[in-house]
Design a protein around this ligand. Structure first.
Ligand SMILES: [Fe+2]
Length: 410
């Protein structure tokens, strides 16, 4: 397997906003996925589901790409997408419950946006620097479509909370009031942090998926959360049991996991805006596979969300990444939050020293994922596109080296 010897110049100056020479690798075949060792593996189940409608070549001005670009220019994006201001806390929560997500502008001020851009660029550079086989520019992440990476799954600890840039986003004056409104309490949890990105030339659609399955259980804690957000509890006659309509409201409006993905650049019709299917957080069915996905779902994207905005999303809502036909990297790093009723057993991926830098509320949110003093989370600090390398690194650092799945981000 031939390997490139030098780090290309394009990586030295990599940024996650603005035009870049990164991406558009015509030598990476359409829909090619690789296994944990980096070998092409078309049959692997997971996040590398092929897009049967993808352009025939990963070339900026290929006729198929030009045709898709013209279609997206004319049609991409949710019509009338509502974008809240950060102080519209109740409105944001109302839209979140109705649609399964809400876009809020200016969640990051200029300083936090710049900080998160720097962290995102540094982590991405680590992934793209790994020498690629043949004439390819980059190693594709195991089990994903080409030119698409997840900060979370590409980290050998499965999370990014050992990085100061991600840790600095867990408690912001803009996000915490909205999260408290959604959860009905200030005792929600930080579960992890990661996010997703696509390089220019990620011409395939990622399949629609949910990040978290739903047990539909109404525990005592969840029932309390429902009361805290104002759901009126009606019971079955002669019983303390909530009736069916009430149980449905409890399950629909009290999600276990809520993620905020932060936009590092403006999301445009061309640069791979995330797509969200309105109302799907409450649907008891699986999303359609790519061959069956209707065109309106492929176009149901968050075009118009500006840099510094975030999409606050119920992790049950159907979503997926879309083609990036631009010259700009589309990066959406995230923080993942859990309901207070999720309990205390979570992977401890935030080093104690990082936890010490947080606000008092931030420390409270991270109470269950903080490592003990002197304990470095296994795998933290190692970024690699291949699952085999990540497991080996985590094992070397005292972890179990277990196989991990999951899909943060888009
Ligand atoms: Fe996802």
């Amino acid at each position: 397997m031939a390997e490139q010897a030098l780090v290309p110049d394009e990586l030295e100056t990599l940024e996650v906003h603005g035009d870049t020479a990164v991406g558009w690798d015509e030598h990476t075949p359409i829909n090619e996925t690789v296994d944990d060792e980096g070998k092409p593996f078309p049959g692997r189940p997971g996040f590398g589901v092929p897009d049967p409608r993808a352009p025939a070549a990963r070339v900026y001005d290929h006729p198929d790409v030009e045709k898709l670009r013209a279609h997206l220019r004319a049609n991409n994006g949710i019509r009338g997408l509502e974008i809240c201001d950060p102080d519209e806390v109740e409105r944001a929560a109302r839209i979140f419950r109705r649609d399964g997500f809400v876009v809020v502008r200016d969640l990051l001020d200029a300083e936090h946006l710049e900080l998160f851009r720097q962290g995102s660029a540094r982590a991405l550079r680590q992934l793209l620097e790994v020498p690629a086989p043949g004439k390819r520019k980059y190693v594709t992440e195991s089990g994903r479509l080409p030119h698409r990476y997840s900060y979370g799954t590409a980290s050998a600890s499965r999370q990014m909370l050992h990085e100061e840039e991600w840790a600095a986003m867990v408690d912001l004056p803009t996000t915490s009031p909205i999260l408290a409104e959604i959860f009905g309490s200030k005792d929600y949890l930080v579960l992890g942090a990661g996010g997703d990105l696509c390089l220019p030339g990620a011409v395939e659609y990622q399949h629609l998926h949910v990040d978290v399955g739903e047990s539909n259980q109404v525990s005592a804690g969840r029932l309390q959360a429902a009361k805290d957000i104002g759901i009126e509890i009606q019971t079955v006659e002669g019983s303390d049991e909530p009736d069916l309509a009430t149980r449905r409201r409890i399950v629909d409006f009290c999600p276990a996991v809520v993620t905020i993905n932060f936009a590092m650049c403006d999301l445009t019709w061309e640069n791979g805006p995330i797509r969200q299917i309105i109302g799907s957080h409450a649907w008891q069915m699986r999303p359609p596979p790519p061959a069956d996905e209707p065109e309106w779902m492929r176009l149901s994207t968050l075009v118009g969300a500006p840099a510094g905005a975030g999409v606050i999303r119920d992790n049950r809502a159907w979503h997926g990444a879309t083609p990036n036909l631009s010259r700009e990297i589309r990066s959406l790093p995230n923080v993942e939050y859990g309901a207070p009723w999720l309990g205390s057993k979570h992977k401890q991926t935030m080093p104690h020293d990082i936890w010490e830098t947080l606000t008092p509320h931030g420390k409270h949110l991270c109470r269950h994922i903080k490592a003990d003093p002197g304990v470095w989370p296994p795998g933290a600090g190692v970024m690699h596109p291949l699952g085999g390398e990540r497991r080996a690194a985590a094992k070397r650092m005292g972890g179990t080296g277990e196989r991990r799945h999951g899909s943060p981000g888009g």
